[in-house]
Write a protein that binds this ligand. Sequence first.
Ligand code: URP
Ligand code: ZN
Ligand code: ZN
Length: 483
Amino acid sequence: MSTVIKGGTIVTADLSYSADVLIEGGRIVQIGVGLTGDTVLDATGCYVMPGGIDPHTHLEMPFMGTYSSDDFESGTRGALAGGTTMVVDFALPAPGEGLLDALKKWDNKAGRACCDYSFHMAITWWGEQVFNEMQAVTERGINTFKHFMAYKGSLMVNDEELFASFRRCAELGAVPLVHAENGDIVASMSTRLLAEGNKGPEAHAYSRPSQVEGEATNRAIMIADMAGVPLYVVHTSCEESHEAIRRARMLGKRVWGEPLIQHLVLDESEYANPDWDHAARRVMSPPFRDKRHQDSLWAGLASGSLSCVATDHCAFTTEQKRFGIGDFTKIPNGTGGLEERMPMLWTTGVRTGRLTPNEFVGVTSTNIAKILNIYPQKGAVLVGADADLVVWDPEARKVITASAQQSAIDYNVFEGREVVGLPRFTLTRGVVAVTEGKVDTHEGHGRFVARQPRGAVGQALSTWKALTEPRPVPRAGIPASGV
Ligand code: URP
Ligand code: ZN
Ligand code: ZN
């Protein structure tokens, strides 16, 4: 059975042109004019783009005494509804837990995914077991390791541990990721704020000024430089952090920054809302910031000093947020965004002229596929690539509301905002999952995407061979030979 996407304009990170796309066996088999297939999807007036890749999600994540409320089923259903066809989640070992044990847990949870997925492995403690298991993790197709420089007393690692882990990443051809905030200073400011009677959600933002992020980003860049390894900075939210990334890149270092759609669109005034629930629902780390920082992030995306737009999707219900009534440090940190990322970025980025459609494809899909070393299996419209595609209707519109969302939580941080630009169809490995807002997903359809280590100097190795050869189906816990 074949499917043809007809009459659209193909938009990649590099170019735009009119052509049909023929799909068979989950992959693109032909691109050309006048193609026919068993099923025809009408793309007239639409852009045919690589499906989005969200490199930063926390689905069913144990965090701050609870679990994030979207699991791999609802999370990936929301992803597909918004045009995202792959997510990369974080496997999170509890302190003292082995990496492979954590990986097994995430592998089980992800069995319910409706779209393809991969994992970053978090380094939440340090010791010989972690050092040894990092190699086994890379052999299972995971080439990224996440480090929290914040969350003192739970997930945070210190500089000695960072340096040791970064050096290990360098040996393994892996890329370290950092949540860059100075956790000691956040903890100290939080204690003082509480002692002074600042207990509400707005104090969360006071406890994490942009300097704590700028300082930690600078420090992580220097540590990565000394370890001889590239660096990926997650949820870059402020000018100080962006400035450090920009400078490092100008000096020839492979450092990538990842703004979130929430930081691009929502600002610190959300915390001044007198409704406790409203403000607490928007508590995340780093917090929302002012226009100066937002302008900096947009400029970074346009100029290329920032590389990818993610969500850090970590959704908690209002009931869960209320754990922090009377003490802002107990409000579970995190917001949703998986379903809204692409429509919101199109609306606020492309329609305003801040980004071109090609840049949109770069920052939502292709750039991260290259960083993760899965391009052109993912992030491409090319013969041989996976048919993870979105047929994008630039004129379709809707008003975002929690009552119509796929996410399991009871509110939406973008409630009431109108988006213009939505998927007409979303295809996951050739299977149509979304048709004009109607979602028809299949739990368990998603597959683990294995990722090769990068080269000695941190450059992605070519995966072109993978396009022309049969691909074994790996699971994270079970290495597949030849992948
Ligand atoms: O507030 C956030 N970002 N929650 C999720 C965990 C993290 O720090 O990425
Ligand atoms: Zn984080
Ligand atoms: Zn995160």
